[in-house]
Design a protein around this ligand. Structure first.
Ligand SMILES: [Zn+2]
Length: 280
């Protein structure tokens, strides 16, 4: 798919699983279990899905998935499987090397979004993309470095400390224009300072759903995650953003949906829902 200056390629970087109840907040299991697969530990199968954007002078990644710095115990809790999805290998299969990546847009610093920013090499944590600038919002950067008790387990400093030490982090202060044809929608309900990239050339528009729209089932307004720090704020953000996306006939890209890469929206008298699936 091409939008404006960018060729878009979607890359799954891992499979994992999270508690189904936590993923759907107050929505009863009788409803959400019709939309997703659930295992005997009540976990639902998910993926981490990165978007590669290639233009003449940039190769940009949006989020980098769980990465491979996991201890066996945590891999088991979250059912993390990395083979055959190792990001540098997937990039190589598309003719892109880790050295070619110019920018990594970090939607937020939770481990399932930025675990692939860094890797272990000879017992040391090093950047995976040595020539990249890593972009994050200042509110999220501050929170990640002094998280609340609620989301402390999701912010792992091994995913960014070496980037800060090497001067590779670019901290944004609510800027909404990042590059040509790439704007940022900034939302705070899931965690402070989450940025959702919007790629648009005026006629085609795609928004990277990150953890505001992690799966197609999360499009209806009340379907928000129990992981969200401020669920009512997430609901207000969805109410604000969805009508605009519908009017633009935009595509929503899903970082965590194992079955649906992206979709359009449709509306009925009951609200706005996921529409036609789109393959990227
Ligand atoms: Zn998150």
């Amino acid at each position: 798919m091409q939008i404006g200056a960018y060729k878009l390629t979607s890359l799954v970087t891992s499979t994992f699983a999270l508690d189904g109840g936590a993923m759907f907040g107050v929505v009863p299991k009788t409803l959400w279990s019709k939309q997703v697969e659930v295992d005997d530990l009540n976990r639902i199968d998910m993926v981490t899905r990165t978007l590669l954007l290639e233009s003449k002078d940039k190769k940009i990644l949006i989020d980098t998935g769980n990465g491979d710095k996991w201890k066996p115990r945590h891999k088991e809790i979250f059912k993390i499987e990395l083979d055959p999805y190792i990001l540098p290998q997937s990039l190589a299969a598309h003719g892109v090397s880790v050295d070619d990546i110019t920018d990594v847009i970090c939607t937020h610093l939770h481990f399932d979004h930025v675990g692939g920013n860094t890797k272990m090499e000879d017992g040391k944590v090093v950047p995976v993309f040595p020539n990249a600038k890593y972009w994050v919002q200042s509110e999220n950067w501050k929170l990640a470095n002094s998280p609340s008790e609620k989301d402390r387990a999701s912010y792992l400093a091994e995913n960014w400390t070496v980037l800060a030490e090497n001067g590779m982090l670019q901290i944004l202060n609510s800027e909404r224009e990042l590059f040509d044809d790439i704007k940022l929608e900034i939302v705070h309900g899931h965690t402070l300072g989450q940025q959702l990239p919007i790629i648009s050339d005026g006629s085609s528009t795609l928004i990277y759903g990150a953890d505001l729209f992690p799966m197609k089932a999360h499009i209806p307004i009340p379907w928000v995650m129990a992981y969200d720090n401020e669920p009512m704020r997430s609901i207000a953000e969805k109410k604000r953003i969805l009508p605009d996306l519908l009017e633009k006939d935009a595509i929503i890209f899903f970082e965590h949906d194992p079955r649906t890469i992206a979709c359009k929206l449709r509306s009925s008298e009951k609200g706005i829902f996921g529409g036609e699936d789109i393959i990227i």
